[in-house]
Design a protein around this ligand. Sequence first.
Ligand SMILES: [Fe+2]
Length: 192
Amino acid sequence: MNNDNPFSFLLPFPEVIPSRIDRHIKRHLSALKGQFFDTQAYDLLLSQQDQLIYEVYEIHRPEVAGELLLGISIVHPGKVGVEFFMTKGHFHTVLDTAEIYYVLKGEGFMVMETPEGNCAIEKLSPGRVLYVPPRWAHRSVCTSRQEDLVTFFAYPANAGHDYGTIEQRGFRKLILENKNGIEIIDNPNWLK
Ligand SMILES: [Fe+2]
């Protein structure tokens, strides 16, 4: 394919699988080791099955400034103990790069924080557009009971992914389900 030519693709409802896919990433439970706060529940679930937690369909572009990377993220419904399925979450390696999400399907939240400790949580529901400013780490959490959380995303192609910082210390906020419903709590294991 000539990278200099414009292109379009379909995002057909209700399947929302793009008609053009260059890369399909699948993240299973084993890839999120250490991310869920209830390690006993995690180990038990993993011993039963290494479930598919989320998938990303990417359109490939050169990873240079001026280009955009775009695709579809699908977080499947489910919980580890009382904590909802979620993406690994990341800072961009080039911290001063933003990202846009458009929610196509499902319900959930985007959990965000800056290196300085500012936290934000935005509701995700069909039709909502979320702007993640530069410097904010971001993680999608699916709170639907049965439906996938599906978002379209776009971000600068030179941004890169820093997963390591979140793998080491986690996010400051967690999204759980207790008997009263969905609850946002401070992460008891943050930075441990
Ligand atoms: Fe990102």
